[in-house]
Design a protein around this ligand. Sequence first.
Ligand SMILES: Nc1ncnc2c1ncn2[C@@H]1O[C@H](COP(=O)(O)OP(=O)(O)OP(=O)(O)O)[C@@H](O)[C@H]1O
Ligand SMILES: Nc1ncnc2c1ncn2[C@@H]1O[C@H](COP(=O)(O)OP(=O)(O)OP(=O)(O)O)[C@@H](O)[C@H]1O
Ligand SMILES: [Mg+2]
Ligand SMILES: [Mg+2]
Lengths: 227, 227
Amino acid sequence: LAYLRGVCRHYRMGNSVVRALDGIDLDIETGEYWAIQGRSGSGKSTLLNLLGCLDRPTAGTYVLDGVDVSALSDDALSHVRSRSIGFIFQSFNLIPQLTVEENIEVPLFYQGVAPPESRRRARELAARVGLTERLHHRPTELSGGQQQRVAIARALVNDPAIVLADEATGNLDSATENEILAVMDQLHGMGKTIILVTHNAALTRHAEKVMVLADGRIESLRTRAEA
Amino acid sequence: LAYLRGVCRHYRMGNSVVRALDGIDLDIETGEYWAIQGRSGSGKSTLLNLLGCLDRPTAGTYVLDGVDVSALSDDALSHVRSRSIGFIFQSFNLIPQLTVEENIEVPLFYQGVAPPESRRRARELAARVGLTERLHHRPTELSGGQQQRVAIARALVNDPAIVLADEATGNLDSATENEILAVMDQLHGMGKTIILVTHNAALTRHAEKVMVLADGRIESLRTRAEA
Ligand SMILES: Nc1ncnc2c1ncn2[C@@H]1O[C@H](COP(=O)(O)OP(=O)(O)OP(=O)(O)O)[C@@H](O)[C@H]1O
Ligand SMILES: Nc1ncnc2c1ncn2[C@@H]1O[C@H](COP(=O)(O)OP(=O)(O)OP(=O)(O)O)[C@@H](O)[C@H]1O
Ligand SMILES: [Mg+2]
Ligand SMILES: [Mg+2]
């Protein structure tokens, strides 16, 4: 499905350079379930943003579905994203002026889906993450875990082939977290590729491949059979 | 130190009422270490905001240090807060235009502490949460866990008597989380009152009292000796 070769992401800060990613080589097959772990600041979000076409490498190659992503224009990149990638942000990125229902619905408009179909699908996803009773609340009228679940529902409403989740259960109690992980398992069972960044070691049980990052590099990578 | 009697917090939404807190009775002694758990949406942040004088009950009484908080003016409330309470928000609430160092320093200015003393103390707290190498970054140039640690450092820089932490380690790997919990234990050892909202059951080991909320009410409350 995708591969990275020598991928780097640097930030210049005055006279120094922050090497958020410092040489990543990776192969991802369609339908795999990955867990990415590592210390705070080790590069997990940076890697996920690159995989999700939200950012570009400063060096190296990223090929997705046979296309060299670094060669694409911003418009083409945005098109790839909205069509095949569902991204759950570590900081949610909900639109404050829209209700829960409207926030979930937004990605469908980009795909030319309109009411009543878009509204029906948004409500279906809201039900799946337990938010039916909050459809008309705005993000500031929700608890932290409820906001996180809106972000999850929105990422899934387009039925994306690839789901990238950046610590998507960090604000959830374990019962609710298990419900979300069951949704991820379901999606995986439907053939989707799942990549979860998580600090919770227990979540790696659901994954086939577990990668640990340290200082912008891959420290270890194991397949569950060996785990 | 504090007690709550019949505390309620309601929100009117059109024709319905959301009962975020629905009758809380609670006694908190100085120097205790509490853990608050419960499902997403059960009222934890709402309770913490009330305890931290960031919000007022719609009904009931909250007495802190012998003072009926509901009787205080906004100014007086704000004064109580900045002097004795350190609050770590679930969504961090950092100031985007300020650097890490400046963000940590802000509460000191309200207490009339100025550079070089304020700068020295901000750097001391930054070191304690492992952010010495990020002092001049702005929040958008930090990882999620680094932002969370700035929020922690800022809450502690005033040496508050009461520390209220709303899921303050949800974005941290377990090694970093343990470092933060060691800081909390240290503060508790100095006689401070600690109240942690957490989804991580393992964290309740550090607490003397563990409360579980459900639907805005206290479902259970146990003291560690019985645990
Ligand atoms: N401004 C508001 N208007 C209406 N309802 C609100 C508002 N703020 C919070 N709520 C509701 O109050 C309830 C309690 O919210 P609270 O933030 O205390 O939950 P929580 O236990 O902290 O959840 P989480 O674990 O997800 O952070 C939630 O159901 C939420 O939807
Ligand atoms: N715009 C930026 N400018 C400078 N440095 C940055 C910028 N964005 C991120 N960084 C740095 O890049 C490193 C990796 O960040 P990243 O967000 O990928 O970490 P992470 O593994 O997701 O951490 P966490 O677990 O805390 O979320 C961090 O040390 C961070 O300070
Ligand atoms: Mg991150
Ligand atoms: Mg909360």
